[in-house]
Write a protein of this length. Structure first.
Length: 331
């Protein structure tokens, strides 16, 4: 879950199958060995919470309105909120998703979020970021960090009553509508909470699309699939995981968190490092991050559902403005 730190300076400025239960045979989950070695175009959809999701669909809809549709690439990589969008694009148009993001959140729902016993939305997100930072403190590298965060998530789950899993799955299912894996190549990221190993889900993983998305978005408590538990794909490396697009000639990265990360720069996991590696491998890469004037909509406010319409409109304006600029690159 990448949420804090400054934006990297070297980024371009164009700022189903049946669900297995406990005791069932473990699905052939990890798609790492099936990753495409090369391809034409790749779309990377980064994590960013509720406002990040709204911004992503806004950018995509704005691009379409400007004459550029990027939603049928050879490869789509989705992490956390980006995993939700990647899954939704299999059956819903960017325009429909954008219209949904513009729908005001009912006052009762927004009020309930603000009145949560844990305090304001920003305060709860801040507390979660601090918990992750404290847990990761002293980690030797990203693998060690993933193991520490996974172990902490399992401890927190042991202290809960377990009802959240069914509730979370129902929430994700409602968001997806048609919960079938898209026919195009879609990779959704997560981390195995027990081992700390990164996991990539695809349509051949033997995992329902709903479960893959739910796991990729589980930033605090681990989500169970079969006999394994998974946490947010943002813990794999960063909120974008753009390295999974290696070998593709053109890579478009939409990054709601702007490439910010909790991990030390020297670990080489920041988006800027991944972009550099992609370019060294022969890819042409473009990144789009939220406009600087809209930064207050993200970060600690990423889970504030009342800000979704504003984030969507910001993304739409950016997408429309960038459509012609990106057309030559994408086509």
């Amino acid at each position: 879950m990448d949420t804090t730190s400054s934006s990297p300076s070297d980024l371009p400025s164009i700022a189903g199958s049946a669900r297995p239960g406990p005791g069932s045979p473990q699905p052939r989950t990890d798609a790492t060995g099936r990753l495409p070695a090369a391809g034409g175009r790749a779309l990377v959809l980064g994590g960013g919470g509720s406002t990040g999701h709204a911004w992503l669909v806004g950018v995509l809809a704005g691009l379409v309105a400007g004459g550029l549709d990027v939603t049928s690439p050879d490869l789509t990589v989705g992490t956390s909120a980006g995993a939700t969008v990647a899954a939704q694009l299999g059956s819903v148009s960017p325009a429909e998703l954008y219209a949904g993001a513009l729908t005001p959140v009912p006052a009762a729902q927004a009020g309930a979020a603000r009145g949560h016993p844990g305090g304001s939305v920003a305060r709860r997100v801040s507390a979660q970021v601090q918990r992750v930072s404290d847990t990761a403190a002293g980690a030797r590298d990203v693998a060690d960090m993933r193991r520490r965060v996974g172990a902490a998530a399992l401890r927190w789950a042991a202290e809960s009553d377990g009802s959240w899993q069914a509730q979370w799955r129902a929430t994700v299912a409602a968001r997806l509508g048609d919960a079938r894996w898209p026919t195009r190549t879609v990779l959704l990221t997560a981390v195995d909470a027990e081992t700390g190993e990164p996991v990539v889900f695809d349509r051949d993983s033997g995992v329902d699309l709903v479960d893959a998305v739910a796991a990729s978005c589980s930033s605090r408590l681990p989500y169970r699939i079969g006999d394994r538990h998974y946490i947010d794909g943002g813990y794999r490396a960063n909120a974008e995981n753009a390295d999974l697009a290696a070998g593709h000639r053109r890579v478009l990265v939409l990054a709601p968190f702007g490439g910010r990360a909790l991990t030390p720069v020297e670990w080489g996991t920041h988006l800027a490092a991944q972009v550099e590696a992609l370019r060294e491998g022969g890819s042409t890469v473009r990144t789009v991050v939220p406009d600087g004037e809209a930064e207050h909509l993200f970060g600690l406010n990423a889970m504030d559902v009342s800000l979704r319409p504003a984030a969507a409109r910001t993304g739409y304006a950016q997408g429309g403005a960038l459509a012609q600029h990106l057309a030559g690159f994408w086509r």
